[in-house]
Design a protein around this ligand. Structure first.
Ligand code: NI
Length: 177
């Protein structure tokens, strides 16, 4: 496994619609493993392939609590096949928008169909944090960030701060001789 670099917004690579994978083969499995390693190292509870520069419909997540055993989950070509009318509001953050959080309203429960690590079709019904996280990561596959769900005013404030932060990033250490 290898850690990948996480792309920080604003960045055009976070705005593309990702392509479906033909099947979950060794290359896709490798990507899933790399993404999980990257997510755990960040640390985060979810990551979508476009965030590491791969425009593919692949997401990983682990919403286990701090004191629980890790529960890594891997999804290819996930799609919502049912969403509850009931909605829920949760505070969301994103590894591509570090240090920023906002309340986002989404369906409280969803059923998602996907291909698993062995290329088998599966369905999962989710509520709570898992439902939020799944929808957040699937948004990334459409080029949508959580800030696209909040007011333009708040979104612009966050994106301006991130732009400033990226400009202030130190250059790679120079060789001192
Ligand atoms: Ni995110």
């Amino acid at each position: 496994m290898a850690k990948r670099q996480i792309i920080i917004a604003p960045d055009p690579r976070l705005k593309v619609k990702a392509k479906a994978v033909a099947r979950v083969d060794d290359i896709v499995r490798r990507l899933m493993d790399d993404m999980l390693e990257t997510m755990y190292a960040a640390p985060g509870i979810g990551l979508a392939a476009p965030q590491v520069g791969e425009a593919l419909r692949v997401i990983v997540l682990d919403v286990a609590g701090r004191d629980e055993k890790p529960r890594p989950m891997k999804f290819a070509n996930p799609e919502v096949v049912w969403a509850s009318d009931e909605r829920a509001v949760q505070e969301e953050g994103c590894l591509s928008l570090p240090e920023h959080f906002a309340e986002v309203e989404r369906p409280a429960r969803v059923r998602v169909r996907y291909l698993d690590y062995d290329n088998e079709i599966r369905e999962i019904e989710a509520d709570g944090t898992l439902a939020t996280c799944l929808q957040h990561e699937m948004d990334h596959l459409e080029g949508t960030l959580f800030v696209d769900h909040i007011s333009m005013l708040k979104r612009n404030i966050i994106l301006r701060k991130l732009r400033k932060m990226k400009r202030a990033e130190p250059e790679p250490a120079r060789l001192r001789a």
